[in-house]
Every structure is written in structure tokens, then in C-alpha cells.
Design a protein around this ligand. Structure first.
Ligand code: ZN
Ligand code: ZN
Length: 333
């Protein structure tokens, strides 16, 4: 019997070690949401999001369980990180009591060096109950957010190395004012004064829209381009399927090479004379230049996807569209 338990324990230890090594050998990918960027194993995908830039949450799941979560908020006053963690653990204990499961927790563990994280205020933590977690909470003086990030696993797992690898990669603001967004491998950058307005993440199509006043940026990725194009070219797809997106707009399409792919440049204009007049009068009243819609659409054969970037921009912001298009990684080089 004792032998049995010993061999079982041994086996468990071995699988735990194997698992740990496997975790670290995995290919990593980027995840970017509301100015927070992290490197996570390639098969962890965005599974839940809420809130906005000031205060929000995202979670990434492996195919079988929640694995990584990040919560952030703008503190209204001084924050006592120790107290925030104590409250968090207390809540967790309250919930797990219903399942008659103890939660062991440690606050102040060493996770990610201060030199690497570059945050004067930070505190590591770990807990073990029905699941286990290993994380870090910190305050960033530059974007003025408190960020709490943790890696989650089964109670048998030793998460320290993986959590160190992932949380050590987290950046909570971009150095140049352009946020990196990345979900399901769709990566692009948007100036951080554009706020996320809407997004649709469905099989075959990922779409994001950001707004700043009456300007907007929208980016979209369609999978299985060969099926969508049905052997035809991009221009015919644009005319039959794409233009319905730009309701009430007259759109001029001209073919263009975009990111070394077959693509098109779109220029939208209000369709009716009345709409044109309204736009001009509105702009004059607000002492602003007239806004126009411009877009790039292209077919990336290498990834078998169609990409689009559209902006409604004021005159003088003409470099916005090329910069957004440039930031989209349509295929691996
Ligand atoms: Zn920051
Ligand atoms: Zn490409």
C-alpha cells in the first residue's frame, strides 16, 4: 500500500515536471487588450473581457481551463497592495467554504524581479485550493493603473516558472502612445486616445472599432479567404460583400498593392448632396476640417485571410490609415 502511494506520488511529480517543461517549451504568442500586453502560450486564447481602459478585466483559457487573468483599475487614492490581496484571498476563502475546500495563500512571494518589472510598488502572491494561482499586483505610476495578473492551474501544478515567464512579459502601457491589441493572433496598433467602441469576435471574422470624437478606426480580419473569394478577385468581393458595411456612403475603390498583397484603397464620401452639405456645415460650426473615410483592404494569400483597416479622419490626420495598416501583421515573415 505504502509502495503504491509512493509510486503514485512519484508519477505525479514526474508528470508535474514534464508539464512544467512542456509549458515553457511551448511557443508563445501575444495577447493585447486595453493597453495591456502579455506573452502567453500559443494555445491560450482570449476567453472573457469586460470593462474599459480605466477599469477592466481579461482572461485567457487553454483548451481545457482558465489559465491567465488580468484585472486593472484606476485608483482614486493611495492603494495598499497588501490590503487589496488580503481582501481578494478573503473573498476566495468565503466562496470556497461552500465547497468545503481550504485555500492556502501566501502574500509577498518572490515573483518576477523588480528590475525586470520596473515597478517600485509590487507584491507577489500564490494560493492553492480547488485550483491554484500565482500572480503579481503592481501600480504603474505612468498609466496610473493598478494591475493584478495571475496564472491559474490545477492544485498539483507548480506554476512559479510559468507565472514568472508570463507576468514578467506584461507591459501595462505602450512607450509611444500606440496600444498594441492582439486576440487570436490578429495584431494591430491604435493610438491610445482612441477608445474601444465595439468588437465582434466570431469564427471566421474578428472586428474592432475605436472612436475619438467623431473620428474612428476600424480593423477587420476574415478567415478562409479562398472560400469567401470563391476563386474570384478581391474587387468583385468588395463590390458584392464588403460595401454593405459602409451604408449611406458613396465609395470609390481603386486597386492598390497593400503590404505587398493585392488590395484596394477605398475613399468614402457622403452619398447625397444633402449629406455633403450637412457635413460641411457641421465641420464649419465646430471649426473643424471635413472628415472623410479612407480604407485599405487586402488579400493575404500567405495566411489565407482578408484584412481591412478603415478610418474616419479629419484632414491633417492622413497618416493614421497607413500607420494602422502598417501595424497589422497579416502573415508571419
Ligand atoms: Zn503603465
Ligand atoms: Zn500578408
Amino acid at each position: 500500500m505504502a509502495d503504491n502511494i509512493a509510486s503514485q506520488l512519484n508519477r505525479m511529480k514526474k508528470t508535474a515536471v514534464l508539464k512544467r517543461v512542456a509549458d515553457l517549451d511551448e511557443r508563445f504568442t501575444l495577447l493585447g487588450w486595453q493597453g495591456i500586453v502579455a506573452e502567453v502560450p500559443e494555445n491560450w486564447n482570449l476567453a472573457a473581457v469586460s470593462g474599459d481602459r480605466a477599469s477592466g478585466y481579461f482572461r485567457a483559457d487553454s483548451p481545457d481551463r482558465p489559465r491567465f487573468e488580468v484585472k486593472w483599475w484606476k485608483p482614486s487614492q493611495a492603494v495598499h497592495l497588501q490590503k487589496v490581496l488580503e481582501r481578494y484571498i478573503k473573498e476566495m476563502r468565503k466562496k470556497s467554504r461552500r465547497h468545503r475546500k481550504n485555500v492556502e495563500a501566501q502574500i509577498g512571494i518572490r515573483l518576477v524581479s523588480r528590475r525586470r518589472m520596473k515597478k517600485p510598488e509590487m507584491l507577489g502572491f500564490a494560493w492553492r485550493g480547488e485550483e491554484c494561482g500565482c500572480g503579481l499586483i503592481w501600480r504603474c505610476g505612468e498609466c496610473d493603473r493598478v494591475v493584478m495578473a495571475q496564472v491559474i492551474g490545477t492544485p498539483e501544478e507548480n506554476l512559479t516558472n510559468l507565472a514568472d515567464r508570463i507576468i514578467g512579459s506584461v507591459q501595462d502601457h505602450s512607450p509611444d502612445g500606440w496600444d498594441l491589441w492582439c486576440a487570436y493572433g490578429f495584431l494591430f496598433r491604435v493610438p491610445n486616445d482612441f477608445a474601444l467602441d465595439s468588437f465582434h469576435l466570431v469564427t471566421g471574422k474578428l472586428e474592432f472599432k475605436f472612436i475619438r470624437g467623431d473620428e474612428f478606426i476600424s480593423v477587420c480580419r476574415w478567415a478562409m479567404a479562398d472560400v469567401l473569394l470563391k476563386g474570384g478577385n478581391l474587387t468583385s468581393w468588395l463590390n458584392t460583400s464588403y460595401l454593405s458595411r459602409l451604408k449611406n456612403m458613396g465609395v470609390e475603390i481603386s486597386t492598390a498593392r497593400v503590404k505587398s498583397h493585392a488590395g484596394a484603397l477605398l475613399v468614402g464620401k457622403p452619398r447625397s448632396l444633402r449629406a455633403k452639405m450637412q457635413e460641411r456645415i457641421g465641420a464649419a460650426l465646430r471649426r473643424r476640417s471635413v472628415a472623410r473615410i479612407v480604407g485599405h483592404v487586402w488579400h493575404c494569400e500567405k495566411s489565407n485571410k482578408i484584412f481591412a483597416a478603415e478610418c474616419r479622419v479629419r484632414l491633417g490626420n492622413d497618416d493614421l490609415l497607413p500607420a494602422v495598416t502598417d501595424s497589422i501583421n497579416c502573415h508571419e515573415e
